[in-house]
Design a protein around this ligand. Structure first.
Ligand SMILES: [Zn+2]
Ligand SMILES: [Zn+2]
Length: 250
């Protein structure tokens, strides 16, 4: 019986392997038997975590100095965490393949790693729901999916926390933030999101965990958080896979 199960497992694994690409989707190297996913072990090992010591509130590496990243965050943001840097290692390549390479399934291993991030006890106790930063309608139609929503859905079972996909929407389209200065980013997203009418009862008193793939200046996340507060939420925390370093980090 055990042998039969073993044979079945072997067959099932071989069948699975047929559906997995034989090369890593990030670096293109041929996968060996130890690589059980879309990205190879080498690429996962090249993810560069935010180094300790980190600020207890915003998760930013502080070194011996006072945290200045917190200055970006209004008082209604309780906490922020990101797994890795996106300016070095394989972090940005992984995000790129999730977003533009069509490899949605990368969200699962990315979320598994994000789920291990350490939070203050009150955040763990209070977190009510996961909400993804909404893409502009046109961008989502083009891409066919929202990468932040994929990450939120993949995180949900780890944290036993539901995803609320219907509480936050774009109120208007925005320019892509990539080439904008911090001040222009704030202007660009100002008023760009709103909480959906009719969700106030659910949002009331909630500690919402906002999910995005990468945080740079926090402008988009802060704008989403403020819309959720207008919609009745009490407090918001941020979780992202990647973080861009702030000026003065190196
Ligand atoms: Zn690789
Ligand atoms: Zn901080």
């Amino acid at each position: 019986m055990t042998a039969a199960i073993g044979a079945w497992r072997g067959w099932a694994q071989a069948a699975m392997d047929l559906f997995l690409p034989c090369a890593c989707v990030v670096c293109g190297r041929l996968n060996d038997r130890s690589d059980r996913g879309l990205a190879c072990a080498r690429c996962w090992n090249r993810v560069v975590p935010l180094p300790a010591p980190r600020c207890d509130r915003c998760g930013h590496p502080t070194g011996p100095r006072r945290c200045t990243w917190c200055d970006l965050l209004p008082a209604f943001v309780r906490c922020a965490r990101s797994l890795c840097w996106v300016d070095r290692g394989s972090g940005s390549a992984l995000v790129h393949e999730l977003k533009y390479g069509g490899w949605h399934a990368l969200a699962a291993p990315m979320a598994t790693r994000m789920a291990r991030l350490q939070w203050p006890e009150d955040v763990v106790r209070e977190r009510t729901a996961l909400v993804a930063v909404p893409l502009a309608g046109a961008r989502e139609r083009e891409r066919g999916f929202n990468q932040s929503a994929r990450l939120a859905h993949a995180l949900s079972p780890h944290w036993h926390t539901p995803v609320w996909g219907d509480v936050l929407v774009r109120a208007r389209a925005t320019e892509t933030q990539t080439r904008l200065t911090p001040e222009a980013r704030r202007r660009n997203v100002s008023g760009a999101f709103r909480a959906v009418a009719g969700t106030r009862a659910r949002l009331r008193g909630a500690h919402v965990m906002l999910v995005d793939d990468v945080v740079t200046t926090g402008a988009t996340l802060v704008e989403c958080a403020s819309a959720l507060l207008d919609g009745g939420a009490r407090i918001v925390s941020f979780v992202t896979f990647g973080r861009a370093p702030a000026s003065g980090d190196r």
